[in-house]
Design a binder for this molecule. Structure first.
Ligand code: NAI
Length: 331
């Protein structure tokens, strides 16, 4: 039998946490043959709710779940973890300046970076979900210099999955038959959902999404806006932000990273830019990646037309600006 993997979820008493931990305990993230020990971190005001989540995990009697550590102590939470899913953060509240929210999250991610660096298992893989996700991941990377930069990522898989969903609805095809959309850039409304390389599996072979949709106005306009604004649409409808879809996409992100992407398929992940596609190096930027043996690789050589270039540059500019703002918050 496999040794249990230790999986940290921060912000575990929150909405996404509540949807995510049962998925992990059922093997959705790491596979149905991989036992897990869950490490749940939240802050003291949420400690009762956190303990309630632990009680429910026990009550669900998950066969793969070999233990639950529920704590408000960041060192205890990080000790020995193989996977860290960072969902905890400071939310933007009405009337708050962007800089104030950034400042709160910079200090959270700075201290959690140090704890992970000192106490996580060697080769721990980190996924930052909490917003501003790309920049929180960048801060985490900067303050955990001994964690390899390839091990620090942020979640844009939800946006990727949303794009697959929109194409599948529009063409009335199975979502599992659509692949190779791309989310470029920031997990924000400046992201660029790109279908130029996306395909649909049909009885007569793979066909290009652009040809099948045959409506460039929709693809270049409403489709992009819908994916960019989907988070806001969910808040409007549900009065809470996306949780089940965020949790499910976080599982997809880690599962593909650890177990590999299928041949011929790529996914979107926020990773440390090496300058590919003329994206400034040193940003955490969402790229198309393939994964094999626990490592991701940016898909190279895709053609970028003028329309796409502008959109990539705009989201890169926003991330550069966020990075600058974050650095002014470091003390
Ligand atoms: P939530 O407010 O329900 O839960 C957040 C939890 O984090 C709370 O329990 C809070 O007590 C905890 N927390 C705050 N500071 C903490 C700290 N220093 N250490 C540990 N825990 C801490 O929020 P929800 O809906 O679960 O969303 C979580 C984050 O995920 C938000 O930042 C949200 O914007 C982001 N998000 C990101 C998505 C993505 O695709 N990247 C999609 C949806 C949400």
């Amino acid at each position: 039998a496999k040794e249990p993997a230790r999986v940290l979820v921060t912000g575990a008493a929150g909405q996404i946490g509540y949807a995510l931990v049962p998925m992990i305990a059922r093997g959705v993230m790491l596979g149905a043959d991989q036992p897990v020990i869950l490490h749940l971190l939240d802050i003291p005001p949420a400690v009762e709710a956190l303990n309630g989540v632990k009680m429910e995990l026990i009550d669900a009697a998950f066969p793969l779940l070999k233990g639950v550590v529920a704590t408000t102590d960041v060192v205890e939470a990080c000790t020995g973890v193989n996977i860290a899913v960072m969902v905890g953060g400071f939310p933007r509240k009405e009337g708050m300046e962007r800089k104030d929210v950034m400042s709160k999250n910079v200090s959270i991610y700075k201290s959690q970076a140090s704890a992970l660096e000192k106490h996580a298992a060697a080769n721990c893989k980190v996924l930052v979900v909490a917003n501003p996700a790309n920049t929180n991941a960048l801060i985490l990377k900067e303050f955990a210099p001994s964690i390899p930069e390839k091990n620090i990522t942020c979640l844009t898989r939800l946006d990727h999955n949303r794009a697959l969903g929109q194409v599948s609805e529009r063409l009335n095809v199975q979502v599992s038959d659509v692949k190779n959309v791309i989310i470029w850039g920031n997990h924000s409304s400046s992201q660029y959902p790109d279908v130029n390389h996306a395909t649909v599996k049909t009885p007569s072979g793979d066909k290009s999404v652009r040809e099948l949709v045959a409506d460039d106005a929709w693809l270049n306009g409403e489709f992009i806006a819908t994916v960019q604004q989907r988070g806001a649409a969910i808040i409007k409808a549900r009065k809470f932000s996306s949780a089940l879809s965020a949790a499910s996409s976080a599982c997809d992100h880690i599962r593909d990273w650890v177990l590999g992407t299928p041949e011929g398929t790529w996914v979107s992940m926020g990773v440390y830019s090496d300058g590919s596609y003329n994206v400034p190096a040193g940003l955490i930027f969402s790229f198309p990646v393939t994964c094999c043996n626990g490592d991701w690789k940016i898909v190279q050589g895709l053609s970028i037309d003028e329309f796409s270039r502008k959109k990539l540059d705009a989201t890169a500019d926003e991330l550069t600006e966020e990075k600058t703002l974050a650095y002014t918050c470091i003390n």
